[in-house]
Design a binder for this molecule. Structure first.
Ligand code: GLN
Length: 286
């Protein structure tokens, strides 16, 4: 049975559920976004007194929000570069910094030959790889992911967004020991880079709800992924190809130093929009 309710009342209910958890500004933004994404009613509709059907499992949604679960997991979707990506508990919530990584990759594509073969290592929801497949002309994108549940989600996202790319179940540590002759023009990655000892200073909604497999470095050596990536990219990038990685802000110099050898040139440490060390890019010199 259709049970109409004022969209503005739904907004009020969300605000009530989360008001003690976030800043007033965040509460406002999340409440309108959530109501729009679950009913289609915009902020303007709410102000104009629009009636909508109460979303399915609304009480349960409110409970989950009150328990500090990020709205992206509650709704099973989030934004990345103006597109909606389906998310599950095995995929990170795409970050705005990572949108900048896609811009950095796009900036390198014009200077390479077409078709441009791109590999994304550890794709998660597929946000980097799918954005590149949709936005880069002549890109042939392959994405690797170690978690089958994340890979499934990435494949669904590629389908719903109409992107043409290969999304493979692959462990970079395993693959890098193979003597494969495949080569790419660009290798990009946002690997797990948070150290376990940093967890204590992180927000609870991140440590409690986001997948540890995607967040934390599984080793006492915090650069382990970058060492493997540097080594495989130095063998599997074409001449003058580019490697672009997102990094831990506390390890900028150390991560950059991995690329300061005869195999690379034009090595740069770049900052994100917060001014934090967030990316290392390097061009293959052999
Ligand atoms: N940027 C994420 C965070 O700060 C971490 C992403 C990652 O480990 N690759 O939580």
């Amino acid at each position: 049975m259709y049970m109409p309710i004022l969209a503005a009342d739904l907004v009020r209910q969300v605000k009530l559920a989360i008001q003690s958890l976030y800043s007033a500004q965040e509460v406002e933004a999340i409440a309108y976004l959530l109501v729009e994404m679950s009913t289609g009613a915009t902020r303007m509709d709410c102000h104009l007194g629009k009636e909508v059907e109460e979303p399915k499992d609304w009480e349960h949604i409110l409970t989950r929000l009150a328990e500090q679960e990020p709205w992206q997991y509650v709704l099973g979707k989030g934004w990345f570069r103006d597109r909606i990506f389906g998310l599950n508990s095995h995929t990170l919530i795409p970050r705005p910094e990572t949108e900048e990584l896609v811009d950095l990759v796009l900036g390198k594509i014009s200077s390479t030959h077409s078709p441009c073969r791109i590999l994304d290592v550890g794709t998660g929801s597929g946000c980097i790889a799918i954005s590149l497949a949709l936005e880069a002309a002549h890109a042939q994108v392959t994405a690797w992911e170690i978690s089958p549940d994340a890979q499934k989600q990435a494949m669904q996202n590629a389908k719903s967004l109409g992107a043409d790319l290969a999304i493979e179940l692959q462990d970079v540590f395993q693959w890098s020991t193979r003597s494969d002759s495949e080569t790419w023009d660009i290798i990009v990655s946002n690997p797990p880079y948070v150290m376990f000892q940093e967890a204590a200073q992180m927000e609870r909604h991140v440590t409690e709800f986001e997948p540890g497999l995607a967040l934390f470095v599984p080793d006492a050596n915090p650069l382990i992924f970058y060492q493997v990536l540097e080594s495989m990219a130095s063998r599997h990038l074409k001449r003058a190809g580019w490697m672009l990685v997102e990094i831990n802000q506390a390890l900028g110099k150390e991560t950059k130093a991995l690329f300061e050898n005869e195999r690379w040139k034009n090595v740069e440490l770049k900052q994100d929009f917060h001014g934090k060390d967030r990316f290392v890019i390097a061009q293959k010199d052999i």
